[in-house]
Design a protein around this ligand. Structure first.
Ligand code: AP5
Ligand code: MG
Length: 282
């Protein structure tokens, strides 16, 4: 009975609050919250948020997540372009947590010419290959373990792990063991269309899509594509995903929940909030 009511509410909200529909215009921001790009992105996200009514009231158990209960640790996985970054940017509006994207952390380290980045890593990121486990693990773990904000507020990790070895690293330590692992399930053709149309504002980090471009001519003129957003690189990223995901599933076992990521972003967000609410009431 409750399941039927929940689905009904989702359908109502999904159609009425202006959050993203499949193939609909896109205006979302995501990125490393501590970087200047992400701070700009947050501002742009807030602007986008003003265009939307507030999210559904949270269930009681979830309200605790915003307040003082233990910080949550969430992992969001999915094929390239499945909407991981978009979902996380939405979730941090409802949950007090730091959004960390391994792809954004790597791109940021490349831009800063960090000593952790060698030529092999740079090439992998730009052409859709997997970065070596030790390199990406060191970058991600240093944020999870050394960043006080992550410890205090919890985190939503987007794009890590990508291999079973990375998943085991997370599970090895109590401080990095996730409470919940979400896997976004989206058909290949849908994500290819999303990736080939993605445009990014390098100043604010805001993600657009060719079906929804900003009206401001100054912003429009500076939009760029990610170098790996080309069909041949996408195929490589997708193959890497397919060849690793089953092994990752077995590391996480019942912590992992697969949800459809091809519906409106609002429906996807509400499904994740429901899972979190259930997890927090255990
Ligand atoms: P978006 O939210 O940007 O999708 P995404 O899943 O974040 O896609 P990415 O391309 O960022 O994923 P990725 O895993 O390939 O790359 P990453 O940066 O992690 O959405 C995509 C588009 O769809 C946007 O236009 C958006 O607006 C739109 N959209 C979203 N939701 C929608 C919806 N519901 N309806 C309609 N449209 C929607 O990694 C990059 C590289 O870094 C990797 O290739 C690899 O080289 C390296 N790397 C990163 N992490 C690791 C790791 N753990 N191990 C090894 N290498 C790594
Ligand atoms: Mg992303």
């Amino acid at each position: 009975m409750w399941a039927i009511i929940f689905v009904y509410v989702l359908l109502l909200v999904g159609n009425s609050d202006g959050r993203l529909s499949p193939g609909a215009p896109v205006l979302f921001a995501h990125g490393d919250p501590s970087s200047s790009v992400a701070q700009g992105a947050a501002a742009a996200g807030a602007e986008a948020a003003r265009a939307r009514p507030a999210a559904m009231p949270l269930p009681n158990s979830l309200t605790r997540l915003r307040g003082g209960s233990r910080a949550r640790r969430i992992v969001v996985l999915g094929p390239p372009g499945s909407g991981k970054g978009t979902l996380c940017a939405e979730l941090v509006r409802d949950i007090s947590a730091v959004h960390l994207s391994s792809g954004d952390l790597l791109r940021d380290a490349i831009k800063r010419s960090s000593p952790l980045i060698d030529e092999e890593t740079r090439k992998s990121v730009e052409s859709g290959g997997l970065v070596r486990d030790d390199v990406v693990t060191s970058i991600v773990m240093s944020r999870l373990l050394d960043d006080g904000e992550c410890a205090r507020r919890g985190w939503i990790l987007d794009g890590y792990p990508r291999t079973a070895a990375q998943a085991r690293k997370l599970m090895e330590r109590q401080e990095t063991e996730p409470d919940l692992v979400i896997l976004l399930d989206v058909d290949k053709q849908v994500i290819l269309d999303r990736i080939l149309g993605r445009m990014i504002d390098p100043v604010t980090g805001t993600i657009y899509h060719t079906s929804y471009l900003p009206k401001n001519p100054e912003i429009l003129a500076r939009l760029v594509r990610r170098t790996d957003d080309q069909q041949q690189f996408f195929e490589r990223r997708y193959e890497e995903y397919v060849s690793n995901i089953d092994a990752i599933r077995s590391v996480f076992g019942t912590k992992l929940h697969s949800i459809k990521g091809s519906s409106t972003i609002n429906i996807t967000v509400q499904l994740v909030l429901k899972l979190l609410s259930e997890a927090s009431s255990i």
